[in-house]
Design a protein around this ligand. Structure first.
Ligand SMILES: NC(=O)C[C@H](N)C(=O)O
Length: 485
């Protein structure tokens, strides 16, 4: 077994027992990046000097017998919409090509106090808008299982870099599926925590009522381990929930006897690839064999979720992205005729087509005369969707279905067709609108490409989500499969 196949906890122990130095581990990460990056293209900025310096410091501390943080020495990648002090943060947008933040986001500060080592900043769809990484204004990241395929998005490179063994874990953000869908496409584990569990201070806002940060890892135990380090109340994020944080690792008992699983019929209906459906049904058999029970249920407002999401998320984006004006942030256009022209030119040159599309849609939906018909109506639909989940959770502990209706698609295949691209999120978007936690874990393959199983839980019940996911993992081998690179 290679070092990379070990659980984070075991690597941490090896470091603690000095069987391995942080410098060796970090060197190995960069060696792997050198070997694979030409075909994967996951990183926008590498922190090579900073990471090596940090590793040397941690090794020195270890020699001196200092206390070790939870993620001591573990090489991490960070999605490029999470600000990192002194380390370029672009949101994969030309607009922010020159942006060097002067502070760390709360999750980055938390990773620093847990002593993980930041290897670099990971590619994404521009401002997190997209599901394939093709909306990056730099270059598309590729799927390690087959480099002609997309890794998903928007946290596509956060998933690809873990699957390719470049980093031991990464952070992504999820607005309508951006952690779970790429995790599914790349055959790894991606957790979107409950809205409010992880601070978004320092996450460049896309849709503030939906955005959540979460871990992408090789297995469920690692997911629990990283979540432990990043969860918790933060006064700097006004939507941060002041809840007590349980010990997530101790929830991983392997026991799902008596667990009541709901399977929404809308998630296995038309448009779902038969191989995906088969993988999900096989997973349900595994749960049955472990003493859990499942029943089909209905989330009747699912069909309105995508329309509601694209109205709400785009409305919020049009407001959040107003700050990028070429004055306070962003690359400034040359030779403007006046101030309005400066804004217009800078924004026209700086934003890519998908970002412009959403700003226009959102501005329209919020404009007077249309607000009630679009924005307000979408808010009402959101409430109905949340009520669908509340009702199911009165009788069931978790909801299970596919993460995405298909496995990864080919690069270029959907890029000219935004509506088809939006439909990939049909199983993840309702969960985001309801604000509840969900994880994607590998549960099968179709033509050599991974399939993801989505496990959805009650608000702040990450423990049950993780326990359910872990039980499956303990009894299957899918999480051990690695792409040949
Ligand atoms: N950002 C996300 O969570 C993904 C979604 N596909 C979007 O483009 O909005």
């Amino acid at each position: 077994m290679s070092l990379f196949d070990l659980r984070l906890q075991d690597v941490h122990n090896k470091l603690s027992h000095k069987e391995l130095s942080v410098t060796e581990l970090v060197d190995e990460s960069f060696a792997r990046i050198k070997a694979t990056e030409a075909s994967i293209q996951a990183f926008l900025t590498l922190n090579e000097e900073g990471a090596r310096q940090h590793a040397a410091e941690l090794d020195k501390q270890l020699q001196a017998g200092a206390e070790r943080g939870l993620l001591f020495g573990l090489p991490a990648g960070i999605k490029d919409n999470i600000v990192t002090e002194g380390l370029r943060t672009t949101c994969a947008s030309q607009f922010l090509d020159n942006y060097n933040p002067i502070y760390d986001g709360t999750v980055v500060s938390k990773l620093k106090s847990a002593q993980s080592v930041t290897i670099g900043k990971l590619n994404m769809d521009e401002f997190a808008m997209g599901g394939s990484n093709e909306n990056s204004s730099y270059y598309p990241t590729r799927n390690p299982w087959n480099t002609e395929y997309v890794p998903g998005g928007s946290s596509g490179a956060s998933a690809a870099s873990v699957a390719a063994g470049q980093v031991y874990f990464s952070l992504g953000s999820d607005t309508g599926g951006s952690i779970r869908q790429p995790a599914a496409y790349c055959g790894i584990v991606g957790l979107k925590p409950t809205y409010g569990l992880v601070s978004r201070f320092g996450l460049v806002a896309f849709a503030s009522s939906l955005d959540q940060i979460g871990p992408l890892t090789k297995n469920v135990e690692d997911s629990a381990f990283v979540l432990q380090a990043i969860a918790g109340y933060d006064a700097k994020d006004s939507t941060s929930a002041n809840v007590s944080i349980p010990d997530y690792t101790s929830a991983l008992t392997g026991d799902v006897k008596g667990l009541r699983i709901a399977v929404p019929k809308e998630y296995l209906g038309e448009g779902v690839d038969p191989k995906v459906k088969e993988a999900v049904l096989n997973a349900l058999k595994v749960y049955e064999s472990l003493g859990a029970t499942w029943e089909e249920v209905s989330l009747p407002h699912t069909e309105y979720a995508i329309a509601a999401y694209y109205l709400l998320a785009s409305s919020e984006a049009s407001s959040n992205l107003a700050r990028f004006d070429g004055v306070r942030y962003g690359v400034r256009a040359d030779n403007p005729a006046n101030l309005i022209d400066l804004y217009r030119k800078s924004r026209s040159e700086g934003f890519g087509p998908e970002v412009k599309r959403r700003i226009m849609l959102g501005t329209y939906a919020l404009s007077s005369g249309y607000y009630d018909a679009y924005y307000l109506k979408a808010q009402k639909v959101r409430t109905l969707i949340k009520q669908d989940f509340d009702q199911v959770f009165e009788k069931y502990d978790v909801i299970i279905g596919p993460t995405a209706p298909t496995a990864a698609f080919k690069l270029g295949e959907q890029v000219g067709d935004p509506l088809t691209m939006y439909l990939n999120d049909i199983c993840t978007i309702p969960v985001s609108l309801a604000g509840v936690p969900a994880i994607s874990i590998p549960c099968g393959q179709a033509e050599g490409l991974p399939i993801g199983l989505q496990i959805i839980g009650k608000a702040f019940d990450e423990s049950t989500v993780l326990r359910t996911a872990h039980a499956f993992e303990q009894n299957t081998e899918f999480h051990k499969l690695r792409p040949q690179l």
